[in-house]
Ligand binder design. Structure first.
Ligand SMILES: Cc1cc2nc3c(=O)[nH]c(=O)nc-3n(C[C@H](O)[C@H](O)[C@H](O)COP(=O)(O)OP(=O)(O)OC[C@H]3O[C@@H](n4cnc5c(N)ncnc54)[C@H](O)[C@@H]3O)c2cc1C
Length: 362
């Protein structure tokens, strides 16, 4: 393992798991000493993000990887704007002095992004008044900046055309973040934000008014590919970590790995992982050349996240009761992997898009 990462994580890991997040002080160290924060903006950055993910998964906590990866997704969207506020936030985030969260989901709007209701009513002086709520926001409780999608034109018949994007600072009056306890991915905090009479300056608007939906869509391919990469690396880690249990656990006079059923299960998972992993590597290359096809990214996001869930389910059984003990990494696994099938567009939504694409092009 990368010694720098090892030195940074090992002494504080237990404390981060207990607190549910990485402290601001340690986050800054990650950025300054490892180059991890903002890595995906660099040339061949997705390759390096994948390498970092592989290193961090060795600590056996999916949240440790996700908290950085999700920050990368928001960062990439932020980096596409050149307003002074966006550049300031970008600089601070790259330096590790701030974290940024992407706020789209709401209590009544998840997969159906165009249905979001947080209202940003334009005032006569050009400011905007925000009222409503965001929820299930990764890094929400610790973020310093929020990229917030809000409705600026409720009258627009095509609902997706009335959405705008704002960049808001944590200390903004009327912006109230809260934490939401989760069943998995400790170390990546989740939460929501209530906007109550939240009056913000015109400068907080990012890009053009009513163009927010297009900006959000522009980041989705990247987001889904990052999720596919995380899933593939996580699957590799849990497959490798299960081998010791299979080889050392003895029952009925032999090792678990001597049973033909176990060998077949292992071999099938490995075969599936090898194929999906090769495809993911190919997609990373294509993406970095600007040639990745959306439908291929959807396929990888769907297949990799489903394989990961399947792997967690099937491998857990081989740990017997150990996999039910709260502190054991295998027990955390089941809850850790499920959210990847929801984030970046739920897998059912992805399947629907894949089917539509297939039918429209046949
Ligand atoms: C750990 C975690 C982190 C997250 N981080 C963020 C974040 O940083 N920012 C953010 O904005 N959001 C975030 N989310 C929210 C996430 O994007 C939503 O959970 C996701 O969009 C689904 O929305 P929903 O949960 O409201 O479910 P719904 O949209 O209500 O979906 C309910 C069910 O309908 C299914 N469904 C959806 N579309 C179809 C379809 N076309 N056909 C059939 N079934 C369908 C879904 O698969 C699901 O089973 C996060 C969620 C989790 C769990």
């Amino acid at each position: 393992m990368n010694q720098r990462l090892q030195d940074l994580v090992s002494p504080h890991f237990a404390q981060w798991v207990k607190a549910g997040f990485i402290s601001a002080e340690h986050w800054a160290k990650f950025a300054q000493q490892t180059g991890m924060v903002g890595v995906s903006l660099e040339e061949n950055g997705l390759d390096r993000l994948r390498e970092f993910a592989a290193e961090l998964f060795q600590f056996g906590q999916g949240g440790l990887v996700s908290t950085f990866a999700i920050n990368e997704i928001a960062l990439r969207l932020l980096a596409s704007f050149e307003t002074p506020l966006a550049q300031k936030a970008l600089g601070e985030t790259l330096a590790g002095e701030a974290r940024v969260a992407l706020c789209i989901s709401e209590p009544d709007a998840g997969s159906d992004v165009a249905g979001l209701r947080l209202e940003a009513r334009e005032q006569e002086d050009g400011r905007f008044l925000l009222e409503g709520e965001k929820c299930y926001i990764s890094n929400g409780p610790v973020a310093d900046y929020y990229l917030v999608a809000a409705r600026t034109n409720p009258a627009m018949a095509d609902t997706w055309k009335g959405i705008s994007l704002f960049l808001l600072y944590r200390g903004t009056q009327g912006l109230h973040p809260y934490a939401t306890p989760m069943v998995g991915i400790k170390v990546m905090p989740l939460g929501g934000i209530r906007f109550q009479s939240c009056l913000v300056e015109a400068e907080t608007l990012l890009g053009r008014k009513h163009r927010g939906f297009q900006y959000l869509m522009s980041i989705l391919g990247f987001e889904r590919l990052v999720i596919a990469i995380l899933s593939s690396q996580y699957a590799k880690h849990i497959l490798a970590s299960s081998l010791e249990q299979l080889k050392t656990r003895r029952l009925f006079g032999q090792s678990l790995s001597d049973f033909q059923h176990v060998r077949f299960e292992l071999a099938k998972l490995h075969a599936e992982w090898t194929v999906t992993h090769r495809f993911t590597l190919h997609l990373i290359e294509e993406f970095q050349r600007g040639q990745a096809q959306d439908s291929q990214i959807w396929a990888a996001k769907y297949r990799n996240t489903e394989l990961l869930k399947d792997m967690a389910e099937r491998l857990l059984q081989f740990f017997g009761a150990k996999g039910f003990v709260a502190e054991h990494w295998a027990a955390n696994l089941y809850n850790d992997v499920r959210w990847l099938a929801l984030a970046g567009g739920s897998n059912e939504l992805i399947l629907d898009m894949l089917a539509r694409d297939l039918l429209n092009h046949s």
